[in-house]
Design a protein around this ligand. Structure first.
Ligand SMILES: [Zn+2]
Length: 287
């Protein structure tokens, strides 16, 4: 009994010590995240965007400071940056923007019930005038475009100078593309120079070798996705938007934006509503 009692006391001590260590670790994590969130850029953004956005910014800071989960979400980002009149490209059945101030366009008819969506030929061919919108948001669309630079130039065209471009994209290390080479800026420049199209074969080998076997993709169940000899119908995959041409982390996307003359306003390496994703917000500069 005594022996057991001694053990229990020791276990209680160990547990207390562990609790203290965990508490210190959580406090340190919280402090670290607060320091990161309250950087000079955030302060400047708060001063610049005024009281309404100040509330959003504060909410982001507090959500970022939660060590248990990352909840700083797309909703807060939309509330801050998707103001005025805008466009959302490729919302599918989960739009992020408010229909009251947003035009929705999509190549595919997978829209949420009740949402009015204008059909477009491709994400890099928008049937709108130059400088028509205050913002453009696109989630999980750019990776399906063979020429990222051409697409971003088109998106910039329809947004006024000083407007915002908001992209949410799959993170290279947190989804089925994990294991593919990160797409470099030089690669994008070369794609743009060559004017690559949907059926460009350059990207297929890696997609078929790494991305397809990584999980059971819903589209593999469609008979049209396969040829009679059992191979995957590459043309069908291209045309139905199932292909991921390029693979990025936040830093590669920021580099691409900067190359095209955008000014980075905000980035988030892990979005709350899509933990497999990152987000970058950039200001359109046409000088
Ligand atoms: Zn490419």
């Amino acid at each position: 009994m005594t022996h057991c009692g001694g053990d229990s006391e020791r276990l209680r001590k160990i547990r207390r010590n562990d609790d203290v260590k965990a508490c210190v670790l959580k406090t340190a994590q919280m402090a670290g995240k607060l320091v990161l969130a309250l950087n000079l850029g955030s302060v400047l953004r708060v001063l610049r965007f005024g009281p309404g956005d100040f509330r959003n910014r504060l909410r982001e800071v507090f959500e970022l400071s939660n060590p248990f989960e990352c909840r700083s979400d797309v909703t807060a980002m939309v509330g801050t940056y998707c103001t005025g009149q805008g466009i959302e490209v490729g919302p599918a059945d989960h739009p992020y923007c408010d229909p009251a101030n947003t035009v929705f366009v999509d190549k595919f008819e997978r829209a949420r019930k009740g949402l009015t969506v204008r059909k477009i030929e491709n994400a890099w061919q928008l049937p709108f005038a130059d400088n028509q919108f205050d913002f453009l948001l696109s989630s999980h669309c750019l990776e399906h475009c063979p020429d990222a630079i051409r697409t971003l130039i088109e998106w910039r065209r329809v947004v006024r100078p000083g407007g915002r471009l908001v992209v949410i994209l799959p993170h290279a290390l947190r989804m089925f593309d994990c294991g593919r080479a990160l797409t470099t800026l030089a690669h994008h420049i070369e794609d743009y120079r060559r004017g690559v199209q949907l059926d460009d074969p350059t990207h297929w080998e890696e997609f078929e070798r790494v991305s397809i076997p990584a999980q059971h993709h819903y589209w593999l169940d469609f008979p049209e996705a396969h040829l009679s000899d059992g191979r995957i119908n590459r043309k069908w995959v291209y045309e139905n938007g199932c292909m991921h041409y390029h693979v990025w982390r936040t830093q590669e996307m920021i580099e691409l934006f900067r190359h095209l003359g955008f000014r980075i306003l905000f980035s988030q390496d892990k979005t709350g509503q899509r933990p497999d994703s990152f987000a970058v917000v950039a200001e359109v500069d046409k000088k």
